[in-house]
Write a protein that binds this ligand. Structure first.
Ligand SMILES: [Cu+2]
Length: 115
């Protein structure tokens, strides 16, 4: 008796099962990430935009971003050569604008708060 068709069905069901499991796991993980993020931002984070006129090429933002991320309390840092600005989301209980400005200056890029 040829039972190979059974085996094939079994495999298909098993694969489907794995896909569903994968899907549910991904969903749970996503929910966690979203929750954790909203937590981080809800904790009274602040955002500041700094003018960084000393950027001279598209690689400068990398240096600036790195320097900013070394500051404890920085949640998110972005820097853009086109606008010569850096945008920082930070925890005001751990750091402040002066510390952020100092960090860019120490990296070779003095900055001022964008008006
Ligand atoms: Cu550069």
């Amino acid at each position: 008796m040829d039972l190979s068709f059974l085996n094939r069905d079994y495999l298909e069901i098993k694969m489907l099962h794995t896909n569903i499991k994968h899907f549910i796991l991904s969903f749970i993980l996503l929910a966690f990430v979203v929750l954790a993020n909203s937590y981080a931002y809800a904790a009274e984070s602040k955002t500041v935009v700094l003018d960084v006129p000393g950027m001279t090429c598209k690689f400068c933002p990398i240096t600036i971003r790195k320097a900013l991320y070394k500051v404890k309390g920085v949640i998110k840092a972005t820097a853009e050569y086109e606008t010569k600005t850096a945008t920082i989301i930070y925890d005001p209980e751990q750091t402040n604008i002066d510390a952020l400005r100092k960090a860019t200056a120490n990296a070779g890029y003095p900055s001022i708060v964008k008006k």
